[in-house]
Structures are given as C-alpha cells and as structure tokens.
Design a protein. Sequence first.
Length: 276
Amino acid sequence: MSNPIGGLLAGKGVVVTGAGAGIGAAIAERFAAEGGHVLVVDSNRDDAGRSVDSIKRSGGVARSCVADVREVASVEAILEAARGLDRSIDVLVNNVGDYRPAGLFAGSSEADWQALYAVNLLHVFRLTHAFLPGMTERKAGSIVNVSSVEAFRGIPAGAVYSAFKAGVNQFTRSLAVEVGGLGVRVNAIAPDVTQTPQLPYDRWVSEEERSLIPSWVPVGRFGKPEDVAAVALFLASDEARFVTGHTLPVDGGTLAASGWYKRVGKQSWTNRPRNP
Ligand SMILES: NC(=O)c1ccc[n+]([C@@H]2O[C@H](COP(=O)([O-])OP(=O)(O)OC[C@H]3O[C@@H](n4cnc5c(N)ncnc54)[C@H](O)[C@@H]3O)[C@@H](O)[C@H]2O)c1
C-alpha cells in the first residue's frame, strides 16, 4: 500500500502495541499508509523489525520499540521511544491480548488469572494513563482498545479471559465519558475469527471442513487482520469524531448470528447444527 500525501492520520504520532504481527501489524501498516508516524511496540524483536521494515518499504514512517507491556518498566521505554517520533502522540492502540492460558475455570490457578490480567487489561490501564495527559493537554487524542467478541458472549474454557476483555469494554465506556469534554475519544474493537499467528484458522480448519465456513461466519469467510485494521482506522480518525465509548465488533456477523448456522449450500439456517 503506498503512502498517500495526506491520509486520515496525516502527520499524527501513533503508538500500537503488539504491532509486530497479526492484527497489530495490520493496524500499524494501515495507519502508516494513512500518514501516521507509527511506533511499533512488540516484545518480539524480529517481529517488530519486520513490521517497521515493511512500513518503510511502502514509504511510511515507523520506529520500533521492543518492550513487554506486561512489565511496569515498559511504560518509560515506550514513552521514551515515542519521543523519538518527534510528534505528539494523538493515537494509542492498546492491541496486546491473549486468551492463553485457556482451560476450565475449576482447574485454573491464581497465577493463571494474574497472567491473563497482565496480558489483557493491566497494560491497557498503564499505557492509557501514560499517554492520556498529553492528549488532554492538547485536546487531541483517540484511543482504540482491542477487545474480543468473547467480551459479549460466554466462552467455555475462557471465563477469566472474557472477564478481562469485558473489563476492556467497560474501561473504554467509562473513560470515554470522563475525557469526552477534554478532546479525547476512547473506543474499542472486538474481533472474531481473524487469521493471525495466535489464531491460525487456516491450520485449524481441514480441507474437508472448509465448505462449512459459510455456516459458521455469516459473511462466508474468516477475517483478515486488514479487515480489523480498517475499523480501527475509522475509530482512530476524525471520521469517527462523534463516536466515543463504544466497542465495535469486527466479526463477519458471528455475534449477530449468536448460535444460528447457515445450512451448507442452502438458504436456510438452524440453531441445532448437528448436520448444518
Ligand atoms: N485474531 C482474532 O480472531 C482475535 C479474536 C478476538 C480478539 N483478538 C484480540 O486481538 C488482539 C490481537 O490479536 P492477534 O490475534 O493479532 O494476536 P497475535 O498473538 O497473533 O499477535 C500479537 C502480537 O503482540 C505481541 N505481543 C504479545 N504479547 C506481548 C507483550 N506482552 N508485550 C508486547 N507485545 C506483545 C506478539 O509478539 C505479536 O507480535 C488481542 O488483543 C486479541 O485478544 C483477536
């Protein structure tokens, strides 16, 4: 994708966490293509480097910051790296999140809950807290948090993960109210079935099962990270200037279907999918 003159984020400083792969990488790439100067934060040095190289090859502006957002010390490292962009940070995307360790709640431990807290919610507080003062001072900011459809529905073997993602939604909503009058918008996106290293649907679905995809996902295919990045871009940009406090599912219709499955090759649906 070429870097247009102008673009929806022209000249804006942008921080994206977990931007070395998957959805975060697609967001970083798209935001840079729209003129943003992007700080690619990732705990994986190789992934961060690849993402920055790819943006630069397309004519965009990016720097990397190797940091683990689960650590308190990452905040200072990210702030310092962001200063290197020579722009005020107007856009923050808190994208890091992970459903693992997954498992039945009865068999889970305090350490599992703490690990899920650290990777799904605590860093959202930390980085938002770090970048918010600059945004409110300039009366310019847009924060996009990455939640999950699992924050809206029940997910067996993911009760604690879904509780923290629901926490992301509620934090988004409440903070939006708090800072709405200070020129900062806070929104979230809730992906589902998007092909990434964490959720490699291509590997999980066998050739024989591929014909079933339209029965699972109303739009008839799995998502691509670019599909999610496009919605994050809308929320981050001034196009969404009157939108704040919302979590927008980006799921090809799975949440709306809520248990309804399309019968393969037919124009009928079932909520008893023994043989869809
Ligand atoms: N892919 C989906 O279908 C899906 C569904 C629901 C929610 N989500 C959410 O979308 C977000 C991105 O998911 P993904 O599937 O692209 O993930 P991914 O695991 O494929 O990629 C995550 C990236 O973040 C980096 N990362 C992981 N932990 C980090 C840490 N502690 N500090 C810094 N960087 C770290 C990884 O190195 C990797 O580059 C997550 O919040 C996830 O919960 C994704």
